[in-house]
Ligand binder design. Structure first.
Ligand SMILES: *[C@@H]1O[C@H](CO)[C@@H](O)[C@H](O)[C@H]1NC(C)=O
Ligand SMILES: *[C@@H]1O[C@H](CO)[C@@H](O)[C@H](O)[C@H]1NC(C)=O
Ligand SMILES: *[C@@H]1O[C@H](CO)[C@@H](O)[C@H](O)[C@H]1NC(C)=O
Ligand SMILES: *[C@@H]1O[C@H](CO)[C@@H](O)[C@H](O)[C@H]1NC(C)=O
Ligand SMILES: *[C@@H]1O[C@H](CO)[C@@H](O)[C@H](O)[C@H]1NC(C)=O
Ligand SMILES: *[C@@H]1O[C@H](CO)[C@@H](O)[C@H](O)[C@H]1NC(C)=O
Ligand SMILES: *[C@@H]1O[C@H](CO)[C@@H](O)[C@H](O)[C@H]1NC(C)=O
Ligand SMILES: *[C@@H]1O[C@H](CO)[C@@H](O)[C@H](O)[C@H]1NC(C)=O
Ligand SMILES: *[C@@H]1O[C@H](CO)[C@@H](O)[C@H](O)[C@H]1NC(C)=O
Length: 693
């Protein structure tokens, strides 16, 4: 009996919140984190650590890591589940040191969370707080104030230097560019989050006014006016007991994130921190001098050997210098070191080649530090497209983020080599699953999903960003498949930016035969509608399992779209479905995709649907019209005008070897405008006129 009572008592004690937790005026004060240990005072996880000088370091500048630091004990925010959340106030000093000047990521956040380990959270744009599955879910019970240094379009970020209030999501409920009102001044001054200097932040919640305010300052004095005010009742978001702390993450851009002091108070105003009294970052210049002392103390002989070695090294460095141009600094993604990529691809070994992209070889690689698998596209010396396309590709794709696009992770430039680093897509490109002797037969469900994926990726390019991005080279070879066989659009080397509404100018026509809208060959003006045309060809291919132009086919089947149209007119549309599927497909879905393929393939741009419509049809949100117009004639000319070029269209055997990535079967490339004759060629032709020496 006595023993049972003892156990009960013991269990009771274990679960009884300790007195500190129940205080309604609980206060935390950390003037630096000296003497603070993991578990007993703060709970650290991820790469977070406490530096010997008392700085709390949430992340270093390793790519794609996260760090959490929470006060170990939960804090009482309400005195009953249905009760009203208490007011609270907090102040902290943080410093963000970017890996390269101006280029760092992703950011830091003050968070109130039901958990202190945040299981399943992701780095990069998720800031170590949430993941893609749970983002936006009301059951997260997360309140965060983010100090975000990368603009993520996925979450509608306003810029790459902002403060935002986030509730259960990383799409901020309210955000503003980082700044402050210095005392007695009504003009907001900008504040640079990645300056490497300490910044003090104040977050206050008033449960009477139901209002959250955020203030920033580069010094110790609390400004009189907030830069961010958000009216919200946090009662439904906060639970009775919550953990308070910080989270930070890096992505393909990295910064070291530090917190040097923190105060928190329940039902009262937190103490402001005195910047002078807090630990400081070590002076980065110190390291060099000790190396110098060692050098001097060595014997003369060793000194000379070292000097000679150093001389060689410097000469080598100068010869191989990576010249950083101004535009490179304005570009989002991470700049890799050449040696890192060389190591990743084992010295660009031929064995690591996984394909030949638009204008260079693609290598598989594993980044030395993070074990991340990547695809490295090396733009070859001979490429006549060279630097201009390179800049265009980085500037465009590097800032776009969507689950149906192949993410550009970074780049590197050294002498003759231009290198682009992409997420590795383990299943290669779609064309390898459709034509000739495929690796594996895609099921109908997979095909239909890929059609939806590509359409939603393309819709994002056309409408999801402040500028319209025209892909210009949609084809099966540019659709890559991730580990779950989701389709992702790749190879944005040809994409150009157009301001919304502005008239696209006449430029060189680039694309692949069979996917080129007829008006392109005349006007040379790529438009969203010409992408839709190419998508139409792709949709038909997905269902029929053959290329848009098949020289080996019977003459009446040569042009895929004409053949599908004839079968549609004859009421036998399902006869065109890939015979390899047998009867294993959904008739209704197949008809939707085929009809949509025909509508997109219309020779008249105005008759094609927009990408938004295409997505709605594929998602089943809208019903397709019963009748489909003939893809038919274009300004009195027959579609057959392409037949002239078919003779020079190379069969795929020419580029089958080792080609898991895009293989430009036949690029049509000529100056647009007045009837200059188109030529068909392989992609490797031509000089190096645009190439920097
Ligand atoms: C850290 O925890 C220990 C043990 O609970 C305590 O004695 C110490 O005062 C705490 N330090 C700080 C700075 O809160
Ligand atoms: C802190 O302690 C927790 C639990 O004891 C442990 O899981 C975590 O790895 C520790 N973190 C660091 C950075 O040492
Ligand atoms: C960053 O921290 C991690 C874990 O503490 C460590 O393994 C890594 O070497 C550090 N990276 C750098 C560049 O200091
Ligand atoms: C709940 O908290 C308020 C302070 O916000 C306090 O006045 C009240 O007495 C508390 N109620 C209980 C039942 O503890
Ligand atoms: C996302 O996070 C939740 C908890 O926050 C976790 O249960 C889930 O496993 C995570 N999902 C993934 C895909 O990591
Ligand atoms: C939110 O999360 C809960 C529990 O994890 C889950 O049951 C629910 O389906 C999620 N809601 C949405 C919209 O994802
Ligand atoms: C804040 O944003 C989340 C998701 O973006 C939304 O679900 C929620 O309703 C918003 N809350 C308020 C108070 O606006
Ligand atoms: C207010 O700020 C502006 C711009 O930073 C500055 O030019 C001006 O002198 C300031 N005025 C006062 C009263 O501090
Ligand atoms: C922010 O600080 C960095 C480093 O000092 C500097 O290069 C950059 O121009 C600053 N940005 C702004 C907007 O002031």
């Amino acid at each position: 009996m006595g023993f049972q009572r003892f156990i009960l008592c013991w269990v009771f004690l274990l679960f009884l919140p300790n007195p500190a937790k129940t205080q309604l005026d609980q206060e935390l004060n950390f003037n630096g984190f000296n003497g603070v240990s993991n578990s007993s005072n703060m709970s650290l996880n991820g790469v977070a650590s406490i530096e010997p000088n008392g700085m709390l370091k949430l992340t270093n500048d390793t790519l794609r890591v996260l760090g959490h630091a929470f006060y170990s004990a939960p804090v009482r925010f309400k005195n009953s589940t249905d009760g009203k959340a208490f007011s609270f106030s907090t102040s902290f000093v943080f410093t963000i040191v970017p890996e390269y000047p101006k280029l760092g990521g992703h950011g830091l956040a003050f968070i109130i969370s039901p958990s202190k380990s945040l299981p399943g959270s992701l780095p990069s744009q998720y800031l170590g707080i949430l993941n893609a599955t749970v983002v936006g879910n009301f059951s997260n019970h997360i309140f965060a104030v983010e100090f975000d240094t990368v603009q993520d379009f996925e979450f509608g970020d306003i810029n790459d230097n902002h403060v935002g209030i986030d509730i259960n999501s990383l799409a901020s409920n309210k955000s503003t560019p980082a700044g402050f009102f210095s005392n007695g001044n009504s003009t907001k001054e900008n504040l640079n989050l990645t300056s490497g200097l300490p910044i003090q932040a104040w977050v206050d919640y008033d449960s009477v006014k139901n209002q959250v305010t955020v203030m920033l300052s580069p010094d110790s004095i609390k400004p009189r006016s907030p830069i961010l005010t958000f009216d919200v009742d946090l009662s439904p978001i906060l639970e009775d007991f919550m953990y308070v702390g910080f989270s930070a993450s890096t992505g393909m851009l990295a910064s070291s994130h530090y917190v040097s002091g923190w105060s928190f108070k329940m039902n009262g105003e937190a103490k402001s921190l005195d910047l002078e009294a807090l630990p400081k970052l070590p002076d980065p210049k110190k390291k060099h001098s000790s190396a110098l002392i060692v050098g001097i103390s060595l014997s003369v002989l060793v000194f000379f050997i070292l000097a000679a070695g150093l001389g060689f090294y410097i000469v080598h460095r100068i010869k191989n210098a990576e010249v950083i141009e101004p535009w490179e600094l304005d570009i989002g993604p991470h700049r890799f070191r050449y040696n890192e990529l060389k190591q990743a691809t084992r010295g660009f070994r031929d064995k690591e080649v996984i394909g030949f992209g638009g204008f260079g070889k693609v290598y598989k690689g594993t980044l030395p530090n993070s074990e991340t698998q990547v695809a490295v596209k090396r733009i070859s010396n001979e490429s006549r497209q060279g630097l201009q396309e390179f800049v265009s590709e980085i500037a465009t794709i590097g800032r776009l983020r969507h689950r149906n696009l192949v993410q550009l992770l970074g780049w590197c430039r050294r002498r003759g080599d231009l290198l682009l680093v992409y997420d590795f897509m383990p299943n290669g490109s779609l064309d390898k699953y459709l034509f000739e002797k495929p690796k594996a037969i895609l099921s109908w469900e997979q095909r239909f999903k890929i059609a939806q994926n590509v359409a939603s990726g393309l819709l994002y390019l056309h409408e999801g960003w402040e500028q319209t991005v025209i892909h210009r080279d949609i084809k099966a070879g540019n659709v890559l498949l991730d580990s779950e066989m989701n389709g992702r659009l790749g190879d944005f080397g040809l994409a150009k930016l157009y301001e919304h509404g502005a008239n696209p100018t006449t430029t060189r026509v680039v694309g692949t035969l069979g996917y080129l809208a007829p008006e392109l060959t005349r006007t040379g003006k790529p438009t969203p509608s010409s992408d839709v045309f190419a998508l139409g060809a792709l949709l038909l291919e997905l269902v029929c399992g053959r290329r848009p132009i098949e020289p080996k086919a019977l003459p009446e089947e040569l042009m895929l779209v004409d053949w599908v149209w004839e079968k549609w007119k004859a009421g036998a549309i399902l006869e065109v479905v890939d015979p390899r599927l047998g009867a294993e497909f959904d008739d209704l879905e197949a008809v939707v995709v085929l009809k949509l393929g025909l509508m997109c393939s219309n020779n008249t741009p105005k008759a094609r649907p927009t990408m938004r419509q295409v997505v709605r049809y594929l998602e089943g949100e809208a019903a397709l019209p019963d009748a489909v117009a003939s893809p038919g004639a274009y300004d009195g000319k027959k579609r057959g005008e392409f037949e002239d070029y078919v003779h020079s269209y190379p069969t795929s055997s020419g580029c089958e070897k080792a080609s898991d990535w895009s293989c430009d079967d036949a690029d049509v490339d000529f100056e647009g405008g007045s009837g200059s004759p188109p030529s068909v060629s392989g992609s490797r032709r031509g000089g190096s006129d645009r190439y920097p020496s």
